[in-house]
Design a protein around this ligand. Structure first.
Ligand code: SAM
Length: 220
């Protein structure tokens, strides 16, 4: 077993299983995606540590535990169509691609989007489609989705995203001010939405029409 596989096993056991993520498919996906290939080369040695890491353009790849927790909350079985908002490095999309049929991922930063698209293609994640744009609008032409995951912090729940959920579909999104958000799960029922709180988290801001405005000054 190579050095990175050993670090990955430890990450899954000590950071993810130990904190209660139990979905076997999620744990297997976290074991198999080479996270070190999604971070800048000089940070590869830190890729499996228990924290987010910078990926350039002022953005981050999320903490491994947060990726696993948010993925588990989507309850994926394998035949779903999923939307991610905030492609970043492409790591979360790669994890999702092993658990769902199709993954559409929107990134507002063109440079990050094109790097992530190339990386995902080179690594053979063929069921991931990277789109440049404002993910707070969702992706009407591909809706409805079984799952939507937002990997940036939003001031409120963008209405286009709840509208683009299937009945029974699940939306996972950090909501709240810039220093600290609440991870929320929204499930679309026939006639209403159920909302649950899943714990505190800290994400970079979701900037867009239904997110923060681009001129907004953030506390951190
Ligand atoms: N999921 C990513 C990964 O696995 O590397 C990490 C995402 S990073 C924490 C948040 C990303 O959301 C940034 O790349 C940022 O440019 C992007 N973002 C912020 N607002 C957005 C918007 N309205 N639409 C799409 N992407 C957005």
């Amino acid at each position: 077993m190579d050095h990175y596989s050993v670090l990955r096993e430890r990450m899954v056991k000590d950071q993810i299983e130990a904190r209660g993520v139990a979905d076997k498919r999620v744990l297997e996906a976290m074991l198999s995606v080479p996270r070190h290939l999604f971070v800048p080369e000089d940070l590869r040695g830190s890729a499996y540590q228990d924290s987010p890491l910078p990926i350039g353009e002022g953005q981050t790849i999320s903490q491994p535990y947060m990726v696993a927790l948010m993925t588990e909350l989507l309850h994926l079985k394998g035949d779903e169509k999923v939307l991610e908002v905030g492609t970043g490095s492409g790591y979360q999309a790669a994890v999702l691609s092993l658990l769902a049929a199709e993954v559409f991922t929107i990134e507002k930063n063109e440079r990050l989007a094109s790097k992530a698209a190339k990386r995902l293609k080179d690594m053979g994640f063929d069921n991931v489609y990277v789109i440049v744009g404002d993910g707070t609008l969702g992706l009407k032409e591909e809706a409805p989705f079984d799952g939507i995951i937002v990997t940036a912090g939003s001031p409120s729940i963008p209405q286009p995203l709840t509208e683009q959920l299937k009945i029974g579909g699940r939306l996972v999104i950090p909501v709240g001010p810039s220093g600290m958000q609440m991870l929320k799960l929204i499930v679309r029922m026939e006639d209403r939405f159920i909302e649950e709180e899943k714990g505190g988290c800290v994400f970079v801001p979701l900037v867009g029409k239904h997110g923060w405005k681009s001129g907004h000054r953030f506390a951190n």
